[in-house]
Design a protein around this ligand. Structure first.
Ligand SMILES: [Zn+2]
Length: 358
């Protein structure tokens, strides 16, 4: 009898261990697939920039919005940013399995914005650390979805779907019809995904810097000062000379809705001090042209001056958004004519008012 019990115990333990191993390989994800993951073809293009270092850019098969990056180390994977929804993050992890079966142990949020941190909720926090600036945690804990940037985004989604449906109803060309149908299904998936959103803050925070050591890989997480938000971090790989910048520096224009444009210029000077040659931005393709930092600093100085000047003249934010002329930067930035997004103008007006009160 005793021997039988012993056998039973071993069998039970064995099953338990097998189950745990299976659970470990499922690793990062919580167990249930979120809504809105269905798509045709690959959702991401993975651009390999160094051994084990990838820039993940959406193909359009799924709404992902921002870019992410991931770093495959000796024993694990570190993901930088996790896109616009639980569905997008889920599919990212599915497609990372095409590259490696090592477990994702760490996610880094470059900042709190919806298109970079709204995949956080799918990660099982018993096995995954989500790292971000203390400010990023506070925003995701408290009111990130009440901020104008996300409100504008999410309230605009039903109208976009309606517009696509109207265009489909009057379209006679079969190829265009098929394309519109695809766009509608991609947009409806995103709406379903947004409905399941539960903003989830980092469970590990920093205020200045933190370094992850993974074998020969050194992964520095650096807050270089206020800029795009009060809590952006960049992820710097000194040996590989690669930096992942989120929206602190993109391939084009970054949104200004939570920014400190004047302080951002000085924070970008700190970025220039890092020894890298490749930038993996949160929007747009990877680039090596470090002159882009200066182009963006020039734009930030001028947008501040121009919008301040209009405010001084008593121009409303709405009119200033139409009139602010930054076209002299069009050689280096995607600017087609006068105008700055209203959300950015409003931010600059608010900052000026706040400072005048002090
Ligand atoms: Zn972004």
């Amino acid at each position: 009898m005793r021997r039988l019990l012993l056998v039973a115990a071993i069998v039970t333990l064995g099953i338990g261990a097998a189950w745990l191993r299976k659970d470990d390989t499922l690793a990062a994800q919580s167990q249930r697939a979120p809504a809105g993951t269905s798509h045709v073809g690959k959702a991401f293009r993975f651009n390999k920039v160094r051994d084990g270092v990838y820039h993940a850019v959406g193909t359009g098969a799924l709404v992902v919005v921002g870019n992410s990056s991931f770093i495959v180390n000796d024993n694990d994977v570190v993901v930088v940013d996790d896109h616009v929804s639980p569905a997008a993050a889920w599919v990212l992890l599915e497609e990372i399995k095409d590259v490696t079966n090592k477990p994702v142990t760490t996610v880094i949020n470059t900042h709190f914005h919806f298109d970079h941190a709204h995949g956080n909720q799918i990660f099982d926090q018993r096995v995954v650390n989500i790292i971000g600036h203390e400010f990023t945690r506070q925003m995701l804990l408290n009111n990130s979805i009440g901020m104008p940037l996300y409100r504008n985004y999410v309230t605009g989604l039903p109208g976009q779907i309606e517009d696509l449906k109207k265009r489909l109803a009057t379209e006679s060309d079969a190829t265009t019809q098929a394309s519109l149908e695809r766009q509608i299904s991609v947009a409806e998936n995103n709406r379903a995904a947004q409905a399941e959103l539960k903003p989830t803050p980092p469970n590990v925070t920093l205020t200045d810097r933190m370094t992850l050591y993974r074998g020969s890989r050194e992964i520095q997480i650096r807050h270089l000062g206020r800029g795009h938000t009060a809590g952006d971090v960049v992820v710097f790989l000194p040996r590989e000379k690669v930096v992942m910048t989120g929206d602190f520096l993109t391939a084009g224009l970054s949104n200004l809705s939570d920014s400190f444009p004047d302080e951002w210029v000085a924070s970008l000077d700190e970025l220039k001090k890092l020894d890298f040659d490749t930038v993996l931005p949160g929007h747009g393709d990877a680039f090596t042209d470090k002159a882009k930092i200066g182009y963006w600093q020039d734009y930030l100085r001028d947008v501040w001056t121009e919008v301040s000047r209009l405010k001084q003249q008593g121009v409303s934010a709405e009119d200033a958004a139409k009139r602010a002329d930054l076209t002299k930067h069009s050689a280096h930035l995607p600017i087609n004519g006068p105008g700055v997004p209203l959300i950015g103008v409003q931010r600059i007006y608010d900052l000026i008012d706040q400072r005048a009160k002090r």
